[in-house]
Design a protein around this ligand. Structure first.
Ligand code: NAD
Ligand code: ZN
Ligand code: ZN
Length: 366
């Protein structure tokens, strides 16, 4: 079996790819030619149309979480169409829309993988960029700021044919990362809930929560997004920089989702939880010193829960995608060309994007 697989692999040729890469920590993005492994029997080749810019790309590009491997091609919110299928592929045919999020491989054998929670794979999931793939070619994965991607069909998402492709891309990370904890915490109609950090992730969280019929408060540090929050159906917008706006919000919320990307004190939000309320944290500040609970008595006092959440498994991502497209829940996007990535990064850092940049990958000429 193994011999056969190796022979098939060797007969195929590597796929040339053009991307936008940072060659070192401080350099600008520039055009970069590289190869992806040949399309295996169970794999597909996706021609990338759109690639979202997640704040995680920025943390990674700057090496804020761990040392980054350069050249670095970011991008894990990928939408395009299938241009080649391996001979054992059953889920896709040439011409189908297909998407890729953060997950591109996992062991497939542990209990998490078997339960569709590949993000928690006990041997370690493989993410779409910056990692060797021990389950496949051992190449360092490169992300979706590129014109193509080779991926096992199992990890590719089916994008419905009626979807708006350019707005689908951010659902593959921002969508699933917010959808998953909302499902996990079983938020329901009429609940009083909140979202802290009203950016790429946060605004999708608001849309999912409003669609469920929850009463949503938004917390952010800017005045610029007050009107947008109201338009999306939030009942309240709080600029946490204004002390008077925070007053009286203690013990109000049964669920708060924090997407804050910078170091902050979560005590503010834990205090706002009602009896048994849950604070789900998905924001990943660029520091190991981010406190999760600062004052344990606040948790004991009202049986509050604080938990973290990481993207979502492949089956749940497919469920989110189908649900979002069927219910017309899409991110608000600004489309940019491939040579605007550096500028876009700075605007995301400054909180100036409304609400997600998506790169039109067809602007990247070979
Ligand atoms: N857990 C996961 O699986 C997962 C997946 C994707 C992204 N992330 C992380 O989520 C975070 C958010 O990503 P994004 O793409 O939505 O970022 P973003 O930059 O689009 O949005 C962040 C928002 O938070 C606001 N903000 C900043 N500091 C704040 C504070 N102290 N209080 C309240 N609001 C504040 C900003 O004004 C902005 O509106 C990042 O850290 C990213 O790495 C985690
Ligand atoms: Zn992301
Ligand atoms: Zn596993």
């Amino acid at each position: 079996m193994l011999l056969l697989a190796t022979q098939t692999f060797a007969q195929n040729t590597a796929i040339p790819s053009t991307g936008m890469a940072k060659m070192d920590k401080d350099g600008a993005f520039q055009k970069y030619e590289f190869t992806r492994h040949a399309v295996g029997d169970c794999e597909i080749l996706i021609d990338i149309m759109y690639s979202g810019i997640c704040h995680s790309d920025i943390h990674a590009a700057k090496g804020e979480w761990r040392p980054t491997k350069y050249p670095f091609v970011g991008g894990h919110e990928i939408a395009g169409h299938v241009v080649k299928v391996g001979k054992a592929v059953t889920k896709f045919k040439v011409g189908d829309y297909a998407g890729i999020g953060c997950l591109v491989n996992s062991c497939g054998e542990c209990s998490y993988c078997k339960n569709g929670q590949e993000q928690f794979c006990s041997k370690g999931p493989v993410f779409s960029y910056g990692m060797p793939d021990p389950y496949n070619s051992s190449e360092i994965t490169q992300g979706g700021y590129a014109n193509n991607y080779v991926i096992a069909e199992k990890f590719a998402l089916k994008i419905p044919k009626n979807a708006d492709l350019k707005r689908v891309a951010p659902l593959l990370c921002a969508g699933i990362t917010t959808y998953s904890p909302i499902q996990f915490s079983k938020v329901k109609k009429g609940d009083t809930v909140a979202v802290a950090g009203f950016g790429g992730l946060g605004h999708l969280a608001v849309k999912y929560l409003v669609a469920l019929g929850a009463k949503v408060t938004v917390f952010d540090i800017t005045e610029d997004k007050r009107t947008a929050a109201q338009k999306m159906g939030a009942v309240k917008y709080v600029n946490v920089k204004n002390a008077h706006e925070i007053k009286g919000l203690e013990s109000q919320y049964s669920f708060i989702l924090s997407t804050i990307p910078q170091k902050y004190d979560p005590t503010l939000y834990i205090k706002m939880l009602s009896m048994g309320g849950e604070l789900a944290i998905v924001g990943l500040p660029a520091t190991e010193n981010q406190p999760m609970i600062n004052g344990a008595s606040l948790v004991y006092a009202a049986r509050r829960k604080v938990y973290g959440s990481l993207i979502g498994g492949i089956p749940e991502t497919q469920q989110m995608l189908d649900y979002s497209v069927a219910n017309n829940i899409y991110p608000d996007v600004e489309i940019i060309s491939a040579n605007q990535i550096d500028e876009a990064y700075q605007k995301v850092i400054d909180g100036k994007v409304q609400f997600r940049y998506v790169i039109d990958m067809k602007t990247l000429k070979k």
